[in-house]
Design a binder for this molecule. Structure first.
Ligand SMILES: *Cc1c(COP(=O)(O)O)cnc(C)c1O
Length: 382
């Protein structure tokens, strides 16, 4: 008790109140976490789609610990251990022909990199993004993020961005012109409440971009790294992006992001960089993470189906292990709180949606356990 009081008081006094929270988690292993009182929870949030390999996966821990003993940081003045190996792996799993990778420290920064790359290589200034889309909170990524409540207080924002209704190809066609550097899109709008792209949407975007000479940036920060059952969402469509941005699930919780861009889209010396990004430690963590995901990838659709079938009567939507269950604003918080009391962590995304983004390593038994608790919570609030 003293510990949590102390912790909360310290936070109130010294930490900016940008988040509201009341639970302190101190330990994690596999699909479970423990709070400071020793209560155990099945974690269906996984650090918001970050802990793709579960908590403290032994392969990841081992890779981080051994690299930490060799070299933690060296700067971009030198070749960086693990960076080339990881870049090769990223190009391979993204299936972008003759692609090249670049690393960042977060999803927002990955999108900033994509925005800069699109501007400098197309010579065009403007962007088109979608209503309810989320791309991050740095000034650049915020400019292409739709939600007025989080963007408007920080204007004026650059680059100039036009927002089009998600799924509406006719409006998109009208919005993309000869000044459009790129269209940026999520295959499933995660923060918005797990809204999947309608059938044919990606193919339509690709066509419009090609006709107008604009690039297509696929923001796979939340949907990527195996979450949908493919390495990337766009691999379930017939479409390849010019640039894909990646983060959340890439390194099991180490701060990291990446872009992979097709042939001809590359930064030249001096055009972009970051002191920390793609360092030896995070690259080691990412390589180990990819190894674990490789072993689990083929089971992701089957695991997703357990959630979809189990919660069928509540109209779940999504793909693989990114699933949203509409609950309504007020009910969503109630359901999340009941689930927590019963030892299951779920999260409320926008529009009153219960968001389920568990570790890709979760077992079928654990999923069934989670689903039955969520069901109870839905029924208790009916
Ligand atoms: C979380 C998220 C981001 C931002 O990533 P950060 O690491 O928080 O900067 C960008 N795009 C999408 C689709 C996301 O889900």
């Amino acid at each position: 008790m003293e510990e949590i009081l102390g912790s909360k008081e310290l936070e109130d006094l010294y930490f900016m109140k940008a988040f509201s929270r009341d639970l302190k988690i101190v330990k994690g292993s596999g699909s479970y976490v423990w709070d400071e009182k020793g209560n155990k929870y099945l974690d269906l949030v996984a650090g918001i789609a970050v802990c793709s390999t579960g908590h403290c996966h032994p392969d990841v821990v081992k890779a981080i610990c051994s690299q930490a003993k060799e070299l933690i940081h060296i700067s971009n003045l030198f070749y960086v251990p693990n960076q080339g190996e990881l870049a090769k792996k990223m190009v391979e799993i993204s299936c972008i022909p003759e692609g090249k990778a670049f690393f960042s420290n977060s999803g927002a920064e990955a999108n900033d990199g994509a925005i800069k790359l699109a501007r400098i290589r197309t010579g065009r200034k403007n962007f088109v993004a979608f209503v309810n889309g989320f791309h991050g909170r740095t000034m650049g990524s915020l400019a292409v993020t739709h939600k007025p409540a989080i963007r408007e207080p920080f204007g004026p924002l650059e680059p100039k961005c036009t927002f089009v209704e998600y799924g509406n190809l006719e409006d998109l066609s009208g919005a993309v012109d000869e000044n459009t550097a790129a269209v940026i899109v999520e295959g499933i709008q995660g923060e918005a409440g797990v809204i999947p792209a309608p059938e044919g949407f990606y193919e339509g975007i690709r066509k419009i971009c090609d006709e107008k000479g604009a690039l297509m940036i696929c923001d796979e920060v939340q949907t990527g790294m195996g979450r949908t059952g493919n390495w990337f969402y766009y691999q379930s469509t017939g479409v390849k992006p010019d640039i894909v941005s990646i983060a959340k699930g890439i390194a099991s919780g180490l701060p990291m992001g990446a872009i992979v861009a097709r042939k001809g889209l590359t930064f030249n010396p001096g055009e972009h960089g970051s002191t920390f990004a793609g360092g030896p430690l995070v690259c080691a963590g990412a390589l180990a993470t990819i190894g674990v995901i490789e072993k689990n990838l083929k089971d992701v659709p089957k695991k997703g189906k357990i959630i979809m079938d189990g919660l069928k009567e509540y109209s779940p939507r999504g793909m693989g292990l990114i699933i949203g269950v509409p609950a309504g604003e007020e009910r969503c918080a109630k359901i999340a709180s009941i689930c927590r009391e019963k030892g299951v962590l779920v999260n409320c995304a926008s529009h009153g949606t219960i968001r389920l983004v568990p570790p890709l390593t979760i077992t079928e038994g654990e999923l069934k356990e989670g689903v039955s608790v969520i069901k109870e919570a839905f029924d208790a609030t009916a």
